[in-house]
Design a protein around this ligand. Structure first.
Ligand SMILES: *Cc1c(COP(=O)(O)O)cnc(C)c1O
Length: 369
């Protein structure tokens, strides 16, 4: 009998999303469980997006418009033409589309072992090799190590900046230097660099990369963004990317015609205009970040600097155990065992009330030293 699936699929482990708060409440007999595990916006969705979704409910019998209006709205806000914009059912779908479109058999994808695990899962799922550099000493990217792994067989490189799960940030100079090193190595056939800027809105550093200029100057560059984080729309699934018309054209050849649904398209366009919501989201995050960083450090934990809406915390003991104890006290966080960091947790920054509940739960823990 021939195997039902190929080895590269059989060998994969399915991505495990965090358990819903409701389910934790049911299982543990709790109420008011707070989920700080998936980097969702604690303020909920943009009110404008919600209103747009309500209005669009009467149009559910129509097929989506293929992104016509959302691309125009993005083109008004960002320096790209609609033909230079890709839309995906979350940026997760864009990751998959990019790999399927551009990485042929025999070529591979490169990334960091301490970065978003989806790059690796999708690459392997597509039957391609994922070449990995180790996480840097300061729990950031080690770009030198990554550049060293790149060869002429590297077709695509993923860099999450800021990074999930570590929250770390790469400066413009660091990325420019990396690009120079890689391009010097690869000559006339440079890899496609995918810059995943899912947390871009939260960045407050001045030395950030001008990623749009890089797309212009280096056409094998893609910049991905999403409505899932700062815009509060993780549940509706809508991501977007900027790239050359040539690259977008190829992706469009294999993309399902209606990959982004009606509601996501109208919600995205409405959220883009909701400057007030974005401002509030960033302010709540900024205050929560300062508070949680200070308070978690005061409790003896190591908190990595973050340019995102979450904190990467080394609790110096079994993270799974701490996760379970916090969960029993009504707070769900994300243990980092899957990333090979068993003493670490990733904790989404919440509202002031949620942050207090988290700190209270920490104070309640019964931890072996
Ligand atoms: C959350 C996140 C995304 C967003 O994924 P969507 O599919 O758009 O929800 C992308 N990249 C990284 C690194 C993330 O953390």
């Amino acid at each position: 009998m021939r195997p039902l699936v190929q080895d590269h699929i059989a060998s994969l482990k399915a991505y495990e999303p965090g358990k819903p708060a409701q389910e934790v409440e049911r299982e543990l007999g709790l109420t008011g469980v707070v989920k700080l595990a998936s980097n969702e916006n604690p303020l909920g969705p943009s009110p404008r997006a919600m209103e747009a979704v309500r209005e669009a409910a009467s149009d559910l019998h129509y097929y989506p418009d293929g992104g016509y209006y959302l691309k125009r709205a993005l083109a008004e806000r960002f320096p790209f033409e609609p033909s230079e914009i890709l839309l995906g059912n979350g940026s997760n779908e864009l990751i998959e589309l990019l790999i399927r479109t551009f990485v042929p058999p025999g070529m591979h994808v490169a990334g960091s072992a301490g970065a978003f695990i989806i790059y690796k899962l999708v690459t392997i799922g597509c039957g391609r090799e994922f070449v990995e550099s180790p996480l840097g000493a300061d729990r950031g990217y080690d770009l030198e190590a990554l550049a060293a792994r790149v060869s002429r067989d590297t077709r695509m490189i993923f860099i999450a900046n800021p990074n999930n799960p570590t929250g770390s940030f790469l400066s413009g100079d660091a990325i420019e230097g990396f690009v120079e090193a890689v391009d010097a190595k690869c000559g006339d056939d440079p890899p496609i660099l995918v810059l995943d800027e899912a947390y871009h809105e939260y960045v407050d550093r001045e030395d950030r990369l001008d990623s749009f200029a890089l797309v212009r100057r280096r056409p094998r560059t893609v910049v991905m963004r999403t409505f899932s984080k700062a815009y509060g729309m993780a549940g509706i699934r809508c991501g977007y990317a900027f790239a050359s018309e040539e690259l977008c054209g190829y992706v469009n050849r294999i993309r399902a015609p209606f990959n982004v649904n009606n509601l996501a398209l109208v919600a995205g366009a409405a959220a883009l205009d909701d400057d007030d919501f974005l401002r509030r989201s960033l302010a709540v995050n900024r205050e929560g970040k300062v508070l949680l960083t200070r308070e978690l450090k005061a409790r003896g934990f190591e908190v990595s600097p973050s340019q995102t809406n979450f904190l990467f915390v080394d609790v110096h003991r079994d993270g799974r155990e701490v996760f379970e104890q916090l969960q029993r006290r009504g707070v769900i966080v994300r243990p980092m065992g899957a990333y090979g960091l068993p003493t670490c947790l990733r904790i989404t920054i919440g509202t002031p009330e949620q942050n207090e509940k988290l700190l209270g739960a920490f104070d309640d823990l019964e931890l072996a030293a």
